[in-house]
Design a protein around this ligand. Structure first.
Ligand code: ADP
Ligand code: MG
Length: 665
């Protein structure tokens, strides 16, 4: 009696039917069959009824039951997108938004970006026809600014609300207000079981709809002693499973891109060593910065007889579900953005996962049949796992302090003209401020290049294991004159541009082609945004001081002073740090530096340091040197007690800037 599913045939675009009609259609029909096997499918009628009956509904269900991919489609099929209205679904992670939108477009037999699209920072893959839109919660916050009552939406689904980024919290606060003036707008909050009651309470006892999952037993195995080298332990376990266990794919949880790449390299090497004695093992990495085309590879079925091993970050914990996984290997670690009260910083730290995560990871092995989970940590450690809950109030105050210091808010918490211009850029506030400040120093042309290069993260330079010396030499060329890493990045980009954006040039100079191309895309977008805020695109390539001044206008809260022993002490929240060995300033050790970010690994490292000569800065507005102490007072002057305003959930624009501080990638 599910008439809507039958209607789907009518929505098949004509080109799909003409070319190899029968085969295409059967692939499409197979997807439709798949949809009906999902745990959520038997409940779709009741679910639609509940959505009809209540304005706010909290939904809980096992990962993989079909919440993210199916609910927006059910709503579409039930007519919620009539009259061109949209169903919006927010995701805490960019990768999830892209991947799920891709899947749903396939299930609906439409081209991605048409009826089904996604919107993430720097990438809007939607069209005027889009009716199902996946996006990061940060992007929905941005939309609220342009369209405060979200008039073009009939339903908003806040997915994985339990992830609780600052953006999610702000979003929920705004939506709570907004639904009062939009009684026709439906709000769906999907959350992990544990937090459902909290969300229900927040929305005046909204009903909770439970989708019973299908869980098969998962046998848990522990390594006898805690493994110190969990990458190696994970690789050995993968190979053991591959050699001795019945068919079924393997999912390995590691902490980040670098570990995953290392593991992939070693695995491939060892597999080559085994030759043809053993069945094929196909490795598929998945992490946030992996290019989109490669991300979808994890979902491809493998040839008969082969086995797939997915090397993943905690993205695969709840955001993405990969079918066919029978074995899970859990390193017990994850990289999490943690708030460190001592320093007032947020940092990406490798940390033990909490018990709930460990259970969730194991559960990934038991979705389609009984499975096995191998934990590489001792059981005693697991008992002590504790959840790291960032204190939202503290980080909120910290964020407001920063906006105040940057001149984006006045002391009443109102947005200033600078703040309004900053809000146009989809960047962290410190980077937005650098761009806005570049107007004054007539160097926005260079500054947007630097900002674009910084925005692609730490992946511009390529350093293959067997060519480290060559790569380091190539990099040193850009550092000549100890100008500081920001300027080196500018040189890299400009040299590439002078060579007509040549790929060959990138190879010769050990520059990652994909990363620098992405920088060019971002730069193009920033260039467009300059016009919107009426900043003239002026070039001042040889005046390095102007560039430094502009950068410092945004990054003065990140300055550090050289200590006698060669380390640095950060100024705002005194903390010991070192110049990263890859920096052009690692030998130079200037008295003052402004750094891009502090990376906590084995040592606290500052990445991308800008040389700061004290004299230059005397008298500049943003960075005044205190005569007696010769220290930058601009950095130490502001603190919480200077600010005379309360956290006001009504000021959407301020919050919009705020959310950029903590939007996870
Ligand atoms: P939930 O949101 O409840 O965790 P999803 O809707 O994400 O569940 O997943 C439902 C099903 O869709 C799963 O079986 C998953 O394997 C499949 N799926 C989701 N995304 C993709 C994708 N990009 N490619 C292939 N299959 C996918
Ligand atoms: Mg989901």
């Amino acid at each position: 009696d599910f008439t809507v599913i039958n209607n789907l045939d009518k929505q098949l675009p004509s080109e799909m039917l003409t070319e190899d009609k029968s085969r295409q259609k059967s692939a499409f029909q197979m997807l439709q069959e798949d949809r009906k096997t999902l745990p959520i499918y038997p409940y779709h009628h009741n679910l639609l009824q509940a959505i009809e009956d209540y304005q706010v509904l909290v939904i809980v269900g096992e990962t993989g039951s079909g919440k993210t991919t199916q609910i927006p489609q059910y709503l579409h099929e039930a007519g919620y997108t009539k009259l061109g209205l949209k169903v919006g679904c927010t995701q805490p992670r960019r990768v999830a938004a892209m991947s799920v939108a891709t899947r749903v477009s396939q299930e609906m037999g439409v081209k991605l970006g048409h009826e089904v699209g996604y919107s993430i920072r720097f990438e809007d893959c939607t069209s005027p026809h889009t009716v199902i839109k996946y996006m990061t919660d940060g992007m929905l916050l941005r939309e609220i600014i342009n369209e405060p009552n979200l008039a073009s939406y009939s339903v908003i689904m806040v997915d994985e609300a339990h992830e609780r980024t600052l953006s999610t919290d702000i979003l929920l606060g705004l939506l709570k207000d907004l639904i009062k003036s939009r009684p026709d707008l439906k709000l769906i909050i999907s959350s992990a079981t544990l937090d459902a009651v909290k969300f229900s309470d927040y929305f005046d006892s909204a009903p909770i709809f439970k989708i019973p999952g299908r869980k098969y037993p998962v046998e848990i195995h522990y390594t006898t002693t805690p493994e110190c080298d969990y990458i190696d332990a994970a690789i050995v376990t993968v190979l053991q499973i591959h050699a001795t266990q019945p068919p079924g794919d393997i999912l390995v949880f590691l902490t980040g891109q670098q570990e995953i790449e290392t593991a992939e390299e070693i695995l491939k090497h060892r597999m080559r060593g085994l030759g043809t004695k053993i069945a094929e093992l196909i490795t598929c990495p998945i992490y946030a910065n992996l290019p989109a085309q490669l991300q979808t590879k994890i979902f491809d079925p493998v040839p008969d007889g082969a086995r797939k091993v997915v090397l993943a970050t905690n993205i695969a914990e709840t955001s993405l579900t990969i079918d066919g996984i029978k074995y899970v290997i859990d390193s017990g670690f994850a990289k999490v953005k943690s708030y460190i009260p001592r320093t007032g910083m947020e940092s990406l730290l490798v940390n033990s996962i909490c018990k709930a995560s460990a259970l969730q990871r194991a559960g990934r092995a038991g979705r389609t049949g009984p499975g096995k989970c191998f934990r590489l940590l001792g059981i005693d450690d697991l008992a002590n796992f504790d959840f790291i809950d960032p204190p939202p109030v503290e980080s909120l105050i910290k964020a407001l302090e920063l906006l105040f210091a940057l001149g984006a808010l006045n002391k009443y918490g109102e947005l200033t003209k600078t703040g309004r211009r900053m809000a146009e850029f989809p960047l962290d506030p410190m980077l937005s401020k650098v761009i806005v400040a570049s107007d004054k120093y007539d160097c926005s042309n260079e500054i947007i290049t630097i900002v674009a290069m910084l925005s692609v993260g730490n992946s511009i330079f390529y350093r293959p294991k067997d060519k480290k010396v060559h790569a380091d030499n190539a990099r040193m060329n850009f550092h000549l004159g100890n100008v500081g890493d920001h300027i080196s990045l500018l040189r890299v980009y400009n040299s590439w541009r002078e060579c007509n954006y040549s790929t060959q040039w990138c190879h010769e100079n050990y520059i990652q082609v994909k990363s620098i191309k992405r920088a060019r895309d971002i730069r193009d977008q920033l260039e467009g945004l300059l016009k919107r805020v009426e900043i003239e695109n002026k070039s001042n390539p040889n005046d390095l001081d102007s560039l430094r001044k502009a950068i410092t206008s945004g990054f003065f809260p990140h300055c550090a002073r050289l200590q006698k022993n060669g380390s640095y002490l950060t100024v705002k929240h005194p903390q010991r740090a070192h110049i990263h060995p890859s920096s052009g300033l690692a030998q130079e050790l200037p008295r003052w530096v402004v750094y891009h970010e502090l990376v906590l690994t084995t040592k606290e490292y500052m990445r991308q340091s800008l040389f700061l000569s004290v004299d230059i800065w005397v008298g500049t507005e943003e960075f005044v040197i205190d005569g007696d102490y010769r220290r930058p007072v601009g950095v130490v002057l502001f603190n919480h007690s200077d600010i005379d305003f309360e956290v006001n959930h009504g000021d959407m624009i301020a919050q919009l800037i705020l959310q950029k501080i903590t939007t996870p990638e």
